[in-house]
Ligand binder design. Structure first.
Ligand code: ADP
Ligand code: MG
Length: 366
C-alpha cells in the first residue's frame, strides 16, 4: 500500500510565552508500496508527529494522508489498517506474550472478529515471523529488551496491517542488540512485504536497512531518496552533514576564475562556476594523501583502524579547525611529519552556497 502525504502540516498551540509550534511544515512525500522507508532527522524535527498523523493518532492542522488512492485523513486509527510500534514497546505487563500479541484481535468486534482458533493461528504466525514461538507463555518481565521489542512488532503485525509504523524501535536496546534487531526488521519487512515507515534519528541505522530515506529538519522535508544517492548527492549542507560517519569536513572557501580555493590554495578546477564565497565540504574518503597534494594541513594524528587509517589534521579554513580523512592503510602518511598534503576527489567534494546553504552542483551554472 502506497502512502502519500500532501501538504501535511501540524501546529501545536502556544504554551506560555512561546509561539505556536509548527511540528510538521507542509510535508509532501510518498512512501512507495512494499518498501522500507526511514524517516530521519534530529530530535524534535517532527518525525513522531508525522507518524502519528499517518496512523490517525494526531489530526493534521492542514493537508492530507492517502493510502493508495484513498484519502484516510478523516478515518480513525482503527479503520486505517496500520500497525504501530512505539519506542517503549508498551506491552501489558500482566498479560503473557500470547495474550499481548492477541490483544488487537480481541478488540475487534462484529463480523471482522476472528474465531478463537483463528486468533491463535494468527498469533502463532506473527510469533514465528519475529522468531519468538518459544516464548508465548512468558510475561514481558521475563523477556530481554530485544525479545520485548519482537513481541511489540508481532502485536503490530497480527492484524496484517497495510502499513507498519515503527517509532524509534531500537533506541531502548543496547548497541549489539540494535544491530541485530535492525537486520531483523529488514528481514520481517522483506518477508511480509508490508509498506513500512521507520522513524529514527540515527543516520547509520537509517542508511543501513532502508530502501528510501526521508530527511526532515524543523518539520520540513529536506530530501528523499535512496540512502546512497542522498549521501552522494545531498541537496543542502544540513543533509550533507547529517549523513555519514565520520562526518563530512566543511571548509570556508571560494570560487574564483574557475578554481575552487580553500584558504590560498586552489584545490580543484570548476570551470563553469561563478566567482563567490562557498562552503567546500569533503567526505572523509575524499582525501588522497600526496607529497605534492593541493591542500596543505597540519598533521595532528594518524590512527590505525585496521583496513583503513584515519588521519586527523588541522586547517584554519575548516569549520571545526580540523578535518578527518579516511585513507587506505597502504597510503604512506608519515606520522612524524609536521604537515600532510592531500588532493581532493572531485566526486567527494561538494560545494554549497554560503547564504542559502544549498548545493551548487559542478557543471551547473549558478
Ligand atoms: P521527533 O519525533 O522528530 O523528535 P516530534 O514530532 O515528537 O519530534 O516533535 C516535533 C515538535 O513538536 C517538537 O518541537 C515538540 O516539542 C513538538 N510537540 C510534539 N508533540 C507536541 C504536543 N502534544 N504538544 C505541543 N508540542 C508538541
Ligand atoms: Mg519522536
Amino acid at each position: 500500500m502506497k502512502v502519500a502525504l500532501q501538504n501535511l502540516t501540524k501546529t501545536f498551540p502556544a504554551r506560555g510565552r512561546r509561539g505556536d509550534v509548527v511540528a510538521v511544515d507542509n510535508l509532501n512525500v510518498e512512501f512507495p508500496d512494499g518498501k522500507l522507508v526511514a524517516l530521519l532527522g534530529p530530535s524534535g524535527c517532527g518525525k513522531s508527529t508525522t507518524l502519528y498523523m499517518i496512523c490517525g493518532l494526531e489530526k493534521p492542522t492542514a493537508g492530507q494522508v492517502f493510502f493508495g488512492e484513498d484519502d484516510v485523513t478523516a478515518l480513525p486509527p482503527e479503520s486505517r489498517g496500520v500497525g504501530l510500534v512505539f519506542q517503549n514497546y508498551a506491552l501489558y505487563p500482566h498479560l503473557n506474550v500470547r495474550r499481548n500479541i492477541m490483544f488487537p484481535l480481541e478488540n475487534l468486534r462484529g463480523k471482522v472478529r476472528p474465531t478463537k482458533a483463528e486468533m491463535n493461528a494468527r498469533v502463532e504466525e506473527a510469533a514465528r515471523l519475529v522468531q519468538i514461538e518459544g516464548l508465548l507463555d512468558r510475561k514481558p518481565a521475563e523477556l530481554s529488551g530485544g525479545q520485548q521489542q519482537r513481541v511489540a512488532i508481532a502485536r503490530a503485525l497480527v492484524k496484517r496491517p497495510r502499513v507498519l509504523l515503527l517509532d524509534e524501535p531500537l533506541s531502548n536496546l543496547d548497541a549489539r542488540l540494535r544491530l541485530q534487531t535492525r537486520e531483523e526488521i529488514r528481514r520481517i519487512q522483506r518477508e511480509t512485504g508490508v509498506t513500512t515507515v521507520f522513524v529514527t534519528h540515527d543516520q547509520e541505522e537509517a542508511m543501513s536497512i532502508s530502501d528510501l530515506i526521508v530527511v526532515m529538519r524543523e518539520g520540513a522535508l529536506q530530501q528523499a531518496g535512496r540512502p546512497q544517492q542522498v549521501y552522494d548527492d545531498p541537496d543542502n549542507l544540513f543533509v550533507a552533514k547529517f549523513l555519514g560517519t565520520p562526518p563530512i569536513n566543511v571548509f570556508e572557501g571560494r570560487v574564483s576564475g574557475g578554481h575552487i580555493y580553500i584558504g590560498s590554495e586552489s584545490v580543484l578546477d570548476a570551470p563553469s562556476l561563478h566567482d563567490g564565497e562557498v562552503y567546500v565540504a569533503v567526505r572523509p574518503e575524499g582525501f588522497i594523501p600526496k607529497n605534492d597534494g593541493k591542500l596543505t594541513c597540519a598533521l595532528r594524528a594518524v590512527e590505525v583502524m585496521g583496513r583503513d587509517v584515519s588521519v586527523v589534521a588541522g586547517h584554519d579554513a575548516s569549520e571545526t579547525g580540523r578535518l578527518r580523512a579516511i585513507v587506505a592503510a597502504e597510503s604512506a602518511v608519515d606520522e612524524r611529519a609536521e604537515t600532510v598534503r592531500f588532493d581532493l576527489k572531485p566526486n567527494k567534494t561538494l560545494l554549497f552556497d554560503k547564504e542559502t546553504q544549498r548545493r551548487i552542483r559542478m557543471g551547473e551554472r549558478t
